[in-house]
Design a protein around this ligand. Sequence first.
Ligand code: PLP
Length: 436
Amino acid sequence: MTQGHGLAEVFDDRESAVRSYVRSFPATFETGHQEFLVSTDGTRYLDFLAGAGALNYGHNPGFAKRALIAHLERDGLTHALDLATTAKRDFLEVFADHVLRPRGLDHKVQFCSPSGTNAVEAALKVARLVTGRTNVIAFGGGFHGMSTGALATVGAGFYKQGLRPTLGGVTHVPYPDSPMGPFDSLDLLDRLVGDPSSGVEKPAAVLLETVQCEGGVYVAPDAFLTGLRKWCDAHRVLLIVDDIQVGCGRTGAFFSFERAGVEPDLITLSKSISGFGLPMALLLLKPEYDVWKPGQHSGTFRGNQLAFVAAAEAIRAHWADGADPAFAAEVRRKGDLVADFLRREAVARFGARVRGRGLILGLDLSASGIAGAKVSRRCFERGLIVETCGRDSEVVKILPPLTVADISLVQGLEIIVEALHDEAEGARRTPVAAAS
Ligand code: PLP
């Protein structure tokens, strides 16, 4: 891998100031294959960003590419609103046979407008319609999308600047783990909801990620998830798990909550469900909560046929051998490999911490004195695309495609350790006054 250069001026001149990843990874990318991206100057980058979780099976996976090309060649539909089509039928059957039934789930499948945030909107609306209540409990550090309803549930103030008056109906509580340490969130919920004089309105739902990604890769303990399920049942509050980033195998099981044996009332899925990076978002609802009137949550792009074709192939190829498929075991093995490597090379040497499940791992640099954003930049210069997350970009977020080869994993991790080393050296050489 060599160093890549160059960004066409049109991005700076014409694209909105809201652009973000392009600023962190300034190359113009042209092709992608498996865990690699290639820029216009021929530089090959190892991709540990994986479309922010939308490319669990890598770039242009062959199993889906062939099916997509065949679909287009026979003039298969690409857009069909929410009409019945053969592609949608195939997806629904495959998803029920290989994902839902083996896990004892009988949820209905709602096709939403194609970005994750719209599935979150749908979940919030359903919870409010079912219970007749408006308040929703969400967690500090949580991330659920950018449309107004979903944004109200996001923890980070950055995204809410200037918008707060439009973002009501949510009570945030601390997540069971955060930069401030462990917290008894269930006890707080009891005090807020069990006490009629707490000043907090009884919620329609509790919305959470079982592993907070943008918040800094914090993992909710299994006991918290089982306790929360019981708490929701006791108070007749709906449990919504947002599995948009850590579903579809990321944590080493298809759904991230399987580890705790809980069954959410509503589940959001998007990102990697299409298997090819194609836009698609689902809300899974327990049948008794499927209270919609026809067309009540509508949208033009709920029927991306290419996404259905690729999604069915992705499930057939990776999830068709029972409730704990070989593919999931492989994700766990690779996750262990990454965690072991980082504990060996980064924890002792740099004072970093490692958190995560499966192949969502965070290397927390807050105690190391090394800036995550600088590590990410140095990695990019060495041909690795890896982003940061956390309150202040203090966590390097390791999110490779689940299909990544071991050799690429190790190569990427070595680049991260080299970057840490360079940054630690630089920090030692730079006097405090000059650094500020
Ligand atoms: N929920 C979670 C957990 C996410 O990570 C994201 C996006 O990163 C979203 C919701 C929003 O999805 P989208 O960006 O597709 O709207």
